[in-house]
Design a protein around this ligand. Structure first.
Ligand code: UDP
Length: 363
């Protein structure tokens, strides 16, 4: 079986690393399986791409389509044009896409138009918020895919409701957590630790990159002011996503205990997360990691496609109104944050389950 694996953006790299590891184990075990890794180039900065390949031991991609930048439509179109050539020159039996980024959707459309089977890893999750580009990517990808690997029973149910045949849905767990569990003993202290003099459980990590929080004229400033006000003077470390960086320069926000840093490498970022008092974020993947690490997580969004991080894990969804931050911080600072549990099958063995299922299907 020949598999083409797609990776385009930061969260993709974390999700594909263990899948490639599982394929390598099958190859060593004598299974007739091979893979070709396609990087679409959606994220291209060194600290949004290259550092993940190095730290997570991901092989150098067979090809980089270099489709960074542009509007949603420009990027989708560029990826589609280049991926079509790639597939014609390098025939495959199956395209594996992960997550919900533009590359996931664009490559799925191209593969299906060439009558190639597609497996979607992290299928079926839904926020119900169609204003999120990721939700559109999820809906389109899941309406075309052949095999669906899900992170939760809820995601499988969403697919069943959509009319997907249950035989094509595989509840396997979370490949992002495979990576977390494998790398947990190797986290690296980032430079900022000593520069600021950070102490365990005595600082906050902040990440924001969703359009609803960072694109508006005043929203970002209001949120940052309120987070600072409610932080009880703790240091706040804010690794700034490239799409947020521009807005931050425009609003010119500064405060003495908030440190804006470049996006961190995976091992450095999760070192900070594991020792933090709490994380404030609008990321999806980070709510899953904090759930497994048992760290309080405050999500500044109105909806989540990962409800198990709230119902089972340590995440609270508080919306994007700054006034919701104070009550939440009161709970945190009175040490009454929920302890949380680990969602079903988030056990570090998901990628093996995926590859075993694909081998059984003999696509
Ligand atoms: N991450 C990282 N460095 C950072 C911020 C995040 O390595 O400075 C990792 C984080 O551990 C998680 C992933 O990036 O695995 C989440 O990516 P992002 O928030 O961009 O995407 P989302 O999950 O919201 O789709």
């Amino acid at each position: 079986m020949r598999i083409t694996i797609i990776a385009g953006a930061r969260p993709n790299f974390i999700k594909i690393a263990p899948i490639i590891d599982a394929i390598k184990v099958s190859i060593i075990g004598g299974i007739d399986i091979s893979y070709r890794l396609v990087h679409t180039g959606q994220h291209y900065d060194k600290n949004m791409s290259e550092s993940f390949f190095k730290q997570l031991g991901i092989p150098v991609p067979n090809v980089n389509l270099e489709c960074g930048g542009g509007t949603q439509a420009e990027q989708t179109a560029n990826i589609m044009i280049k991926f079509e050539c790639e597939l014609m020159e390098n025939p495959t039996d199956l395209v594996v896409v992960v997550g919900d980024v533009t590359s996931t959707m664009a490559c799925t459309i191209v593969a299906k138009k060439l009558n190639i089977k597609v497996a979607h890893v992290e299928a079926g999750i839904r926020s119900g918020d169609i204003t999120m580009p990721e939700e559109i990517n999820r809906i389109v990808t899941d309406s075309l895919s052949d095999y669906f690997f899900t992170t939760s029973r809820k995601a499988s149910e969403n697919l069943l409701k959509q009319g997907v045949d249950s035989k094509r849905i595989f509840f396997v767990g979370n490949t992002m957590i495979d990576t977390l569990i494998k790398q947990r003993t190797k986290f690296i202290q980032p430079e900022i630790w000593n520069l600021v003099g950070l102490e365990e459980k005595n600082y906050i990590v902040l990440t924001l990159h969703r359009p609803a929080n960072v694109d508006g004229e005043y929203k970002l400033k209001e949120l940052l002011e309120e987070i600072e006000k409610q932080s009880r003077g703790l240091n706040i470390i804010f690794p700034v996503h490239p799409r947020t960086a521009k807005k931050l320069t425009e609003i010119g926000f500064t405060c003495p205990n908030m440190y804006f840093v470049e996006p961190l490498s995976y091992l450095e970022f999760n070192y900070l997360v594991e020792k933090a008092k709490c994380i404030i974020t609008d990321s999806g993947g980070i709510t899953e990691e904090t759930t497994v690490l048992g760290i309080p997580c405050i999500t500044l969004r109105d909806s989540t496609e990962r409800p198990e991080t709230v119902t089972v894990g340590t995440n609270e969804l508080i919306g994007t109104d700054p006034s919701a931050i104070a009550p939440c911080m009161n709970i945190l600072f009175s040490d009454k944050w929920k302890k949380g549990d680990i969602p079903e099958l988030w056990d570090g063995k998901t990628s093996k389950r995926i590859i075993d299922a694909l081998i059984n299907l003999s696509v």
